[in-house]
Design a protein around this ligand. Structure first.
Ligand SMILES: [Zn+2]
Length: 389
């Protein structure tokens, strides 16, 4: 007779997950939840304590009897290094194992200088932020970069910014200084992850749309980031719009929403209309002044973006669409025309409970998202078991 499958035994990684989530916080609870014997629980908990991932706490003695020892996830038991790179703004930080920023720095670096300049600068900054902390406390690295990323490889594909980043495999470069797991995703996906966990943890389907120099989206579906087969999901910038005016996009197609309605496109249109608009701040000033021509151009861009989002909403049925990026943050008229078109053109069921909101965390969501991405990986039961092996 073939043996019946027994439930697989809970590993140390599983035990850590139960303690982290608060599902079981004493040795007795762990035994009950996992079905492991007392010595087996003891062995696994001992390993986790030894590796600094779990600490014991004794509650204040209650009346009578010995108080049970509570097990807690030790957020101070290591750090992760994170960096959210933008085309112009970059944030670098060291976070604890709960994703809290312990030390950080923001600066303007021109990522167009290429990986040979930017990556060493990031690693130097992490070194400085780590200070005297032992380097073996570093458990992982999480990065967001302004390029399409083949996620599994950490390879930048089509760089939205500049050719010098195209085809760069980032993890081996970081490994020369920090030999830990390195996770790299595109800047919009890390914003989506950060905004989801940080501001909308109760929602399982969310779309984060960044309207900035470029247009892109990060999709949370069923509580997880949706990357697609290789990592290109959410690249809504190259979906064509109707009546775009025949603008040639840098991808080679015509009338992509990115080429028609991004921050770059707005500046081009305004200059063509004879306005003095060199940067997004200039457009903001024109919008504030109520300049009629500017308002018309901004509203038209909003309609184009709304048209693409309406299609995405029909496919994905998110409960929240978050609009972020400096263009979305600055322009009320853009956001209202996006909302108007999405509500009009998406199906009734898809919009019944749909909320379209401004980003609550702003650019800060990037660092939080990088931390969540790397922590989800390095604290997963599989990764913890590998570490303890
Ligand atoms: Zn395009």
């Amino acid at each position: 007779m073939p043996r019946r499958h027994a439930a697989p035994l809970a590993t140390s990684g599983d035990i850590l997950r139960l303690i982290r989530t608060g599902e079981a916080v004493t040795r007795a609870d762990l035994g009950r939840v996992t079905g492991l014997s007392r010595p087996a629980v003891q062995l696994r908990v001992g390993e986790l304590i030894e590796h600094g991932l779990v600490v014991e706490r004794t509650d204040a003695p209650s009346t009578g009897g010995r108080p049970p020892v509570r097990l807690e996830f030790n957020a101070a038991g290591g750090v992760v290094l994170v960096a959210a790179l933008g085309a112009s703004r970059t944030r670098v930080a060291v976070c604890d194992l709960a994703g809290r920023e312990l030390a950080g720095r923001r600066f303007h670096i021109d990522v167009e200088q290429g990986p040979d300049v930017v990556l060493p600068l990031l690693m130097d900054t992490w070194d400085e932020l780590l200070g005297d902390r032992p380097r073996d406390q570093v458990r992982g690295v999480g990065m967001g970069v302004p390029a399409t990323v083949e996620y599994a490889e950490g390879r930048t594909e089509s760089a939205r910014v500049m050719a010098s980043w195209t085809g760069v495999v980032i993890p081996p470069i970081i490994h020369t200084r920090f030999d830990v797991p390195v996770l790299v995703d595109n800047d919009v996906n890390v914003l989506a992850i950060g905004e989801h966990r940080g501001a909308h943890p109760e929602v399982s389907d969310l779309m984060f749309v960044k309207v900035s120099t470029r247009i892109g989206a990060g999709i949370i579906s069923g509580g997880e980031i949706l990357r697609g087969a290789l990592g290109a999901a959410g690249e809504i910038g190259h979906i064509p719009v109707r009546d775009g005016g025949g603008i040639l996009c840098r991808c080679g197609n015509v009338d992509c929403v990115d080429s028609v309605a991004s921050g770059t496109a707005l500046l081009r249109e305004l200059r063509a209309a004879g306005k003095d608009a060199k940067c997004i701040e200039d457009v903001t000033a024109l919008v504030r002044a109520g300049d009629a021509e500017t308002m018309a151009i901004v509203r038209e861009a909003g309609r184009h973006i709304g048209e693409v989002l309406a299609g995405a909403v029909n496919i994905l049925n998110p409960s929240v669409v978050v609009l972020g990026g400096d263009v979305a943050e600055a322009f009320g008229p853009l956001v209202s025309s996006i909302r108007e078109v999405v509500y009009r053109r998406s199906t009734a069921l898809a919009t019944r409970t749909l909320r379209i909101e401004a980003s609550r965390l702003g650019p800060g969501a990037g660092i939080g998202g990088c931390a969540v991405m790397v922590l989800d990986h390095v604290l997963s039961p599989e990764a913890v078991d590998d570490l303890l092996d």
